[in-house]
Design a protein around this ligand. Structure first.
Ligand SMILES: [Ca+2]
Ligand SMILES: [Ca+2]
Ligand SMILES: [Ca+2]
Length: 199
């Protein structure tokens, strides 16, 4: 009886070993149904599994995985200030916002210093700042419609001069203006006003 049981166990074990030995490696044989682009086949003692590749996840189908939209799920590493997340099949990328350029880490972008590169095309002064730049002018000048070059402000025509109307005449100059004395008047200490010539 005892011997019979042992014999039975032996036969059972042998069966198990035989079953193990005949396990097919479906992955190696290429007979698996795993989707090659989204999964990797992994052999199991009984059957096989289709493991999702990075950037994909299981959704119903056991042979196939779905693209993870890292952007909408907010798991991307893109800088919110300098970049915009763009989803792709199995991955994502960080696209630089206007005025920024890609940095080595691929997640953040660096401000472009437009003033260091051809002076931003500015005629007089260039002011760099994050996300953009601006052309500015010397005192007495104003930006032209092209937002790049500067032109003299005609203070006399624009009526922004401080010349005393009674004793002086405004004369426009590049970058400024002067208050010239009218006849019968002469310069005193004030640059905006003239004094009556004493007889
Ligand atoms: Ca993706
Ligand atoms: Ca800039
Ligand atoms: Ca002027």
């Amino acid at each position: 009886m005892h011997l019979l049981m042992m014999l039975h166990a032996c036969i059972f074990l042998l069966c198990a070993i035989t079953a193990l030995a005949v396990d097919n490696d479906e992955c190696a044989q290429g007979v698996d149904l795993c989707d090659k682009t989204t999964t990797t086949c992994r052999n199991l003692v009984e059957g096989y599994n289709c493991d999702c590749r990075p950037g994909f996840r299981k959704e119903g189908d056991r042979y196939k995985c779905q693209n993870v939209n890292e952007c909408t799920e907010g798991v991307d590493l893109c800088s919110k200030i300098t970049a915009t997340c763009r989803d792709s099949f199995g991955s994502y990328s960080c696209e630089c916002k206007s005025g920024y350029r890609e940095s080595p880490d691929k997640f953040t972008c660096n401000d472009i210093d437009e003033c260091r590169e051809n002076f931003g095309g500015c005629g007089q002064l260039c002011l760099n700042f994050a996300s953009g730049f601006r052309c500015v002018c010397y005192s007495g000048y104003k930006l032209k419609n092209d937002e790049k070059n500067c032109e003299d402000i005609d203070e006399c025509v624009e009526g922004v001069d401080l010349c005393d109307k009674g004793s002086t005449t405004c004369r426009n100059l590049a970058g400024g203006y002067s208050c010239d004395c009218k006849s019968g008047y002469e310069k005193g200490g004030d640059r905006y006003k003239c004094n009556v010539v004493k007889q």
